[in-house]
Design a protein. Structure first.
Length: 406
């Protein structure tokens, strides 16, 4: 785990532990639901954790237990380091809930997080930013379940599903354990939306600062603002490529109202991104529909209308984007036509075909410095056939094929 651990005068047993005791040996087996790790521990360790079932000081523990203080200090340090004992202060709880929960069914059968990894898959199961449906929060779980149920274990695979060039680009990611599945950001229904956005930003910032290339799976499109904000703080000349049917710069009368806790949403997150000084340019592909009638680009915003892009692709024309700058890609699945990908909350007819998306990728992404990307707005509630999941999985793999690793 990347989350920092700090010393606290008060300690508390993590509420996310399952502890089972052996009747024969008295030893305990502890499963940490956050990290996904299990520990076999002595009866003394179980007793220490039981002592901290309510917040208490280490001095109180020293008075209670008949064990040498230096041994207790080592035990406490071990328990804190592994997230079994926590700091119950407000700051401590914020660090705890900003962590990533490990998952058992890692997508494509890749390894769990390790420091040598260069590309990191992270699920963000958050859908409250979408005013029509929160079902997108289920997708990080759903796509992993689909991968496991269909035995899509791509480590060492020959990628016969893909063209030779894509397969060649993907193989190093899977064969050399450069790609890992970190898990899902811890998100609870009782958390405020503002707090979740702050956690997303914190988690993403740590990954970018560590030099990782994150692939985020949402979730609704509101998550992209804290992700892009975090990327722009590490890469101050950031350019954004935005695939979407919507500009996501929509306003209302409510925008003029200011109050504590006011947050953005899936329909205006790009407005917030355009306000970031470190975001230099935003290139939007696939915009269409009545909601965008009369739309005029704002400063730094370049709109490529869906019908115009399709025509340019047919004519073999290319899109001129700057070289030698960092790029972040945000991909809303509703950029695709609903006949191709039906499972999204705000479908608009007349979207791209899967073949057009492949052509766009092959034009826009080779040779770019892709620092990260997200895939959002896939919603299992609107598609019981898993067509959406299959198409989204192909998009995910194709985006990953353009990542540059050592």
């Amino acid at each position: 785990m990347i989350t920092d651990v700090s010393v606290s005068p008060l300690l508390l047993k993590s509420p996310y532990l399952d502890i089972t005791l052996s009747n024969q040996t008295g030893k305990g087996t502890i499963f940490n639901m956050i990290s996904g790790k299990s520990y076999e521990v002595s009866p003394a360790i179980v007793s220490i954790l039981d002592f901290f079932r309510q917040p208490a000081t280490t001095d109180a523990l020293f008075d209670e237990m008949d064990i040498e203080n230096d041994q207790l200090e080592l035990a406490i340090a071990y328990l804190q380091r592994n997230g079994l004992l926590l700091d119950p202060s407000t700051e401590g709880w914020e660090r705890f809930t900003a962590d990533v929960m490990a998952v058992k069914n890692r997508i494509f059968g890749v390894d769990a997080y390790h420091e040598r990894a260069e590309a990191v898959i992270v699920g963000i199961p958050f859908g409250k930013g979408n005013g029509k449906s929160m079902g997108g929060a289920k997708f990080p779980f759903h796509i992993r379940e689909f991968s496991q149920n269909n035995n899509l274990l791509l480590k060492g695979a020959d990628f016969l599903l893909f063209d030779e060039l894509t397969a060649t680009r993907l193989q190093p990611l899977f064969q050399n354990s450069k790609l890992v599945d970190y898990g899902n950001l811890f998100v609870n229904a009782n958390e405020s939306t503002a707090f979740v956005y702050a956690k997303i930003h914190h988690m993403a910032s740590q990954l970018f600062k560590a030099g990782k290339i994150p692939a985020f799976i949402g979730g609704d499109h509101s998550i992209s603002y804290p992700l892009i904000k975090a990327a722009s703080e590490t890469y101050p000349n950031l350019h954004v490529i935005h695939f979407d049917a919507h500009t996501d710069t929509y306003g209302s009368r409510y925008d003029s109202i200011s109050h504590w806790g006011k947050v953005h949403h899936y329909g205006n997150f790009m407005t917030k991104c355009l306000e970031l000084s470190n975001v230099q340019q935003v290139y939007q592909f696939g915009i269409r529909g009545f909601a965008n009638a009369g739309t005029r680009p704002r400063p730094k915003q370049h709109i490529h209308w869906c019908h115009q892009v399709s025509e340019q692709l047919r004519q073999g024309k290319r899109f001129d984007l700057p070289d030698d700058v960092p790029y972040y890609v945000t991909f809303d699945v509703d950029v695709l036509d609903p006949t191709v990908l039906p499972g999204t909350a705000t479908p608009i007819p007349g979207g791209f075909s899967l073949e057009e998306i492949k052509q766009l990728f092959s034009q826009l992404l080779p040779g770019r410095q892709l620092v990260g990307f997200d895939l959002v707005e896939a919603n299992p509630d609107f598609d019981s056939t898993d067509l959406t999941t299959q198409v989204a999985m192909e998009i995910l793999l194709r985006l990953m094929s353009y990542l540059t690793i050592s």
